[in-house]
Design a protein around this ligand. Sequence first.
Ligand SMILES: C[C@H](O)[C@H](O)[C@H]1CNC2=NC(N)=NC(=O)C2=N1
Length: 96
Amino acid sequence: MIGKLSEEDRAVALADLPQWTSVAEPEGISRRFTFIDFVGAFGFMTRVAILAEKADHHPEWSNVYNRVDILLTTHDAGGLSQRDIDLAHAIDALAD
Ligand SMILES: C[C@H](O)[C@H](O)[C@H]1CNC2=NC(N)=NC(=O)C2=N1
């Protein structure tokens, strides 16, 4: 099973993810994505869902019209793990 990142590894990893914000509860990272409309938002979610299923690592997320809020946390570890960092980079590559 994958473990939580140490404080130091977490800080190093987050320096490379400037658009993601630390969340205390559940411990993880979050980012808001905004699109022109619902179709843009849902298309993005479809692409993230395929990534997430391939990685066997799944976001906590919500969608309201053109907005998608994503929280990444590792349930098995009870906090932030390398899997969250890897998925955040993959999501950024899709979005930006
Ligand atoms: C059995 C399966 O591998 C696990 O339940 C996976 C699936 N997706 C997951 N996603 C997330 N975000 N955290 C997990 O701990 C997790 N565990």
